[in-house]
Design a protein. Structure first.
Length: 85
């Protein structure tokens, strides 16, 4: 398809393909402030290169999605704490 001019909406996966020429992969990622979380690993789409994760891709979440995401992180962190990790 040929487009003379215009605009398009891209999700983070498309942006990764366009700008980095590599598809993002889901990766267990140590949270370092993403969504306000620390010290727990969750799966987020990431751009991975030869030296590891180059960029963690985040999306805008609805309030309900963010609450569920934070709840998942809390449950995982509590489980890790319970076994001394």
């Amino acid at each position: 398809m040929h487009v003379e001019s215009g605009w398009c909406c891209c999700n983070p996966f498309s942006i990764s393909l366009i700008f980095f020429s590599t598809p993002p992969v889901e990766s267990g990622t140590l949270m370092q402030g993403e969504y306000g979380l620390q010290n727990v690993s969750l799966s987020l789409p990431c751009v991975v290169a030869a030296r590891g994760i180059e960029q963690v891709l985040t999306n805008t979440l609805t309030d309900d999605e963010e609450e569920g995401f934070r709840n998942s992180a809390r449950v995982l962190r509590e489980g890790l704490d319970a076994v001394g990790y």
